[in-house]
Design a protein around this ligand. Sequence first.
Ligand code: ADP
Ligand code: MG
Length: 719
Amino acid sequence: MKNDSILTDHLRILPPQQKALKKIDILTVEDILHYFPSRYGDTSEIKSIESLARGEAAVIFGKISGLKMKKAWKKKIPMAEGMLEDETGSIKVVWFNQPYLAKMLQDGSFVRAEGKVSERKGELYLSNPKIENIAKLPLHTGATSLFGEGNEDHYLYPVYPETRGVTSNWIFHAIQKVFKSGLLDELVDPIPESILKKYNLPTLKTALIWIHTPKNKDDALSARKRFAFEEVFFIQLEKHKSRKLWQQHDSFEISKKFSELTDFISRFPFPLTEAQKKSVNHILDDFKKGVPMARLLEGDVGSGKTAVAATASFAVISTKPKNQDFGNLQVAYMVPTEILAEQHFESFVKYFAYTGVQVGLITGSGARKFPSKINPLGATNISRSQLLKWVASGEIPILIGTHTLIQKSVKFKHLAFSIIDEQHKFGTTQRQKFRERGGVIPHLLSMTATPIPRTLALTVYGDLDLSLLDELPPGRKWPITEIVLPNTRGQVYEKIRKELRSGRQAYVICPRIDEPDPTREMALIAKSVTEEAKRLKKDVFTEFQVGVMHGKMKPGEKDEVMNDFKDGKINILVSTSVVEVGVNVPNATIIIIEGAERFGLAQLHQLRGRVMRSSHQPYCYIFSETKSGKSMDRLKALRTAKSGFELAEFDLVQRGAGELYGRKQWGLSDIGMEAIKNLKMVEAARLEAGKLIEEDPELKKYPILKNQIDEKRKQFHFE
Ligand code: ADP
Ligand code: MG
């Protein structure tokens, strides 16, 4: 048996189990060794049958027999029953509505049962217990320990996440077989020994034993720590490596001074904030270095990232290609939605009109260009192919678009600068493609408003330099945030009516619906949006125009709605959380968020950002039906927190890494996310990875490590 052996070659695995294993991504020996318990049970929790009392919850190990199916006492509900027996006595076990359970268990087999002790006519019984086959009975039944030669009076046993067809117990035994094969002695630890020693982490072999069969909780914790460190360490190595590679490329040298941009900047209807100026300067410095820039611009919604991107773009397009005294270097600006693309196109047209350069727009539904030949003050629709021709010849220096920009047919003559807006909305592959088009590598500016904790930023953006817009433009009014429970809904609607009457507009955001199947999820959300809009129009805001927007609408329809909202033809826009993407309607000063407890704090904050764009006082109403005090405390943090980053940190502490907004995108496992709670660990992993790559960029001295990282990269690219 080897680490990369296919499991089915070594263990007897039935087809349904194979299917189940595939579902949880277990194919090889290594996969199952890295399938970690979600928790540990403690045999000290086991109760003997004679000690059971009515009403208590109990874990019992025993032998099951007398299994049969029948109809329940009165209501003819199908049920199954049996007798559970340990050395102290026996108790009846009953399952209502789950008669199939009797078929799945075998008479005379050992089981672990966990459930509530109930009583009927003076007789105790276990009702609807969770039940699972086990190989042997633990300790106090006289048998040897289930899990090693336990001679203490209690021990831990691992509980693995189960899936239909594969039980926790099955996984435990499969892992035991791998352990017995002697494979552990042959494993080579990918983490250099010196690092393990320095941070007091167990070796791979020890960690595997400790995580699957811990003697005590500390060992289990120590093992988890090692695997958490390992994951972040691998990511850091990968990031440092790609950063190193990236910096080996040539790039366009753009040597503009800030003073050369002031004329452009002075045409904005506002002065730049200090944070914006600082970020522009970071970018100008990077432009001069001769290596491609890779910079992340992070700033809360409304912090003015577009103006920074536009100013940097100006520096680029006012530079001529090398050895050429005509033409311009080019800029590609990719955004996640058509609405945003339109909006940025319009802003850029405004900012750049005086320079005389042309601006192009390309989306899934068409292409536009400014200025139009007929009307030099306006933009015009043109054919895609015509637009692409002008981009390829370099005549159009600025091209804004959706992910259509990644397509092969989009070719530039001198692409020197690529901007990705709301970069977290794109997959890794899309970002990679955008970043690495042929020829000389363009400078990259990635922008995001996702407020994430520092630990996570250090990990997932390890290959980027960071500029922070930590200052909102002056005069922004902070939204008055109110948490609204069902009984005050009516009053709040009246307050909103007043605002609407005075000409303001409102967003209503429908709750998030979690559903594993994305198509189904989209349909469900679309339904709830449509129904809420109907309800509001019929029962609450009869005198106003209510519009809807959701993911099932065609791009053209969405644009129409968005334009109607912008033009004030729609007063209330009921929508999914898609409007979270940087849509800019300054007159919309009210946002209602329904089912707020289902969103992460950082996401709520982002949604709230939609109404922070005007000089009118904005309002954010957090509608929640939660009865949990903890949930309420979380929501209350929205009233006091001053930035999205603060809220993200708060969520990390309160709800844990697993609940962080957008976590699916980061490609971290559950155990990797645990590391995110630990700043010291993340910093250590980052430091060690940096040192290693500095001394040995190709990891020639660490072949196993290199291998692991290549695997990891593959995973990232095919996500
Ligand atoms: P985001 O960072 O969310 O992308 P935007 O770039 O869309 O924010 O800017 C939000 C709004 O703030 C826009 O209406 C923009 O014109 C305005 N804005 C940007 N910078 C400033 C500034 N320095 N002063 C005042 N308003 C600004
Ligand atoms: Mg934006």
